[in-house]
Write a protein that binds this ligand. Structure first.
Ligand code: TMP
Length: 203
């Protein structure tokens, strides 16, 4: 993207690590500092995102390749309609999940992570990826106890273990790992530190 002026910050990690709480805390902080912030998420609420949500309760609705295509089509639309226009306007975009989730989750479902990265080359590279880390057992405990939910088809322990191993294997230079098991305020402070470093470095 030649005319990109804003910043793209993405949150990644297995389910139950508190991404949405942390995104809203960071959005509040940045807005208070005078930045224009757009918060968004994947899967989106668009047509592909809605199809994807049906898979949460029944993953047998499509095969692994069809599932991968749904996530990629959803992202293409997300980039074209939300992310790229906001970056062109100089905004800070905070996205709850991005193409690393596809590489990790669909990678754990039998697709090749490197091929997935290649298939996502249309998507702008983030300036910062905050990878929220936590033991799989603890994340599943949080899904069950704190969210009051039963884990869905993407949240089984064995599957999330594979997802977690893939997240751990990514070495992109813009990835910062944040230990997400401590109290939310501590996690927020660690996130703000990384974001300040990014923003100060590019002002
Ligand atoms: P969330 O809305 O709770 O983050 O749930 C989204 C689910 O979708 C989560 O289990 C991860 C999964 N997912 C993928 O499998 N691939 C992807 O590319 C994305 C964005 C999400």
């Amino acid at each position: 993207m030649k005319d990109r002026r804003g910043h793209l910050i993405v949150f990644e990690g297995i389910d139950g690590t508190g991404k949405s709480t942390q995104i809203s805390e960071l959005a509040k902080y940045l807005t208070g500092q005078g930045y224009e912030v757009v918060t968004t998420r994947e899967p989106t609420d668009g047509p592909y995102g809605q199809k994807i949500r049906q898979l949460y309760t029944d993953r047998t609705l499509c095969d692994a390749k069809e599932e991968l295509d749904l996530f990629i089509n959803d992202r293409r639309q997300h980039v074209n309609e939300v992310i790229a226009p906001a970056l062109r306007k100089g905004k800070i975009v905070l996205s709850d999940r991005y193409y690393f989730s596809t590489a990790a989750y669909q990678g754990a479902n039998g697709c090749d992570p490197d091929e997935i990265f290649k298939a996502n080359s249309f998507a702008p590279q983030p300036d910062l990826m905050l990878l929220l880390t936590m033991d799989v057992e603890q994340s599943v405990y949080r899904i069950k106890k704190l969210r009051g939910d039963e884990p869905d088809h993407f949240e089984g322990v064995e599957y999330l273990r594979k997802v977690s191993v893939l997240f751990d294997s990514f070495t992109h230079p813009f990835i910062k790992r944040i230990a997400a098991a401590s109290v939310p305020d501590k996690v927020s402070s660690a996130i703000i530190r990384e974001v300040e470093l990014l923003l100060r470095g590019t002002e």
